[in-house]
Design a protein around this ligand. Structure first.
Ligand code: KG4
Ligand code: ZN
Length: 343
């Protein structure tokens, strides 16, 4: 089976073709095109929805064409089985570019559409062929850490999920982006803070770990941002070392909360696998901390995380989620839903 994926929920414009083999546990990538919009948004210090959508209108057709060319698809109507498209959550203008393109192509090529929840897309990046040697055993616990979301989701099987908790205010990535801005670091804050943290002194600052001892699986990161703001205001002229030390303390606080809450949920629900998903999962320190917690302590749990380039927004993960949850829908009923969440 071959599926074309389209992803335009936020600032990226992605298209990918995957191939599935019923005997193999993972899907194979035939192409994955996502021209980076990072430089554009770095200029304005963040994403301006109107500008993002206008760029996506320009890019979507060439990006889809490249994805088809790279996958050697010359007759899409005959060679493709479906078009998977992100229908939410995200920015309405951006979502509409992907959804309307998918509907038009579905009509022209005569193949069905599979609408995909972007958040499940991130989770399914773990099912793309990569370094992992074993299949992902259920029940699995997914920690979704992106720019807009921080959620713990129990996967009992494909299509059978239970949302355990999420952030009450800022998402982990959002907190990193806002703190990055406070520290005068380039957008996006996540990778900039990771870079600075490498040379930061871990002992100089200690920021709060909100809700870490609460039994519920909720998160809160806005207090962390306030604590950093407080420090920044105390030191009007921050030196390079001050910035690195604050970055280190910020990253440590966020990772501590994520690890403690995820491990508690894993024990409560006796899961066989823990999987990370979303842009923040490309952070090397987070990957290593989870690996240490699970592997070093010899827990009967297998840890999975997508390759770094598949953690941030891409269309391959959307096509993969569509394959495992084949909810084909008639073209007319597919509509963008910016407020979509886990159901
Ligand atoms: O999943 P994603 O690409 O988009 C959303 O769906 O939101 O995640 C983007 C988020 C941004 O907040 C960005 O700062 C963060 O992922 N991020 C990182 C790293 N790379 C991207 N956070 C920490 N460390 C990184 N290396
Ligand atoms: Zn995303």
């Amino acid at each position: 089976m071959k599926i074309l994926g389209i992803e335009t929920s936020c600032d990226e414009t992605g298209a990918a073709v995957i191939e599935t083999d019923e005997k193999k546990p993972r899907v194979r990538l035939l192409s994955n095109v996502f021209p980076s919009s990072m430089a554009l948004h770095a200029k304005t210090g963040g994403i301006i929805p109107e500008i993002a959508a206008r760029e996506q209108v320009k890019y979507i057709i060439p990006v889809v064409q490249s994805a088809l060319d790279n996958a050697r698809i010359t007759s899409p109507g005959e060679q493709l089985d479906a078009i998977a498209v992100t229908y939410g959550p995200g920015l309405i203008g951006s979502l509409l570019v992907g959804v309307e393109t998918a509907k038009t192509l579905s009509l022209v090529w005569g193949i069905p559409i599979i609408p995909v929840n972007h958040l499940f897309g991130h989770i399914y990046a773990n099912w793309i062929e990569g370094d992992a040697k074993t299949d992902i055993a259920f029940p699995a616990l997914a920690l979704v850490i992106s720019g807009g979301h921080t959620d713990l989701v129990l996967l009992k099987n494909h299509g059978d999920t239970l949302w355990l908790g999420g952030t009450r205010d800022d998402a982990a990535g959002e907190a990193l982006d806002k703190i990055g801005r406070l520290l005068g670091l380039p957008y996006p804050g996540g990778p900039s803070i990771e870079e600075q943290a490498k040379i930061g002194n871990p002992k100089r600052y200690h920021f709060p770990r909100p809700l870490i001892h609460e039994r519920a699986f909720d998160f809160s990161f806005s207090g962390l941002k306030t604590a950093v703001l407080h420090e920044v205001k105390k030191n009007v002229h921050l030196t390079g070392q001050d910035v690195a030390d604050i970055a280190r303390a910020t990253q440590d606080a966020i990772i501590d909360v994520l690890v403690v809450k995820t491990m508690r949920a894993a024990q409560t629900y006796h899961v066989s696998s823990i999987i990370l998903a979303g842009g923040v999962a490309s952070n090397q320190e987070i990957r290593e901390k989870f690996n240490y917690e699970i592997e070093h302590k010899k827990l009967p749990i297998t840890f999975f995380v997508p390759e770094k380039y598949l953690c941030t927004d891409n269309a391959a993960m959307i096509a993969t989620a569509a394959f495992y949850n084949k909810s084909f829908r008639s073209r007319d009923t597919v509509a963008a839903n910016p407020e979509l969440y886990f159901d």
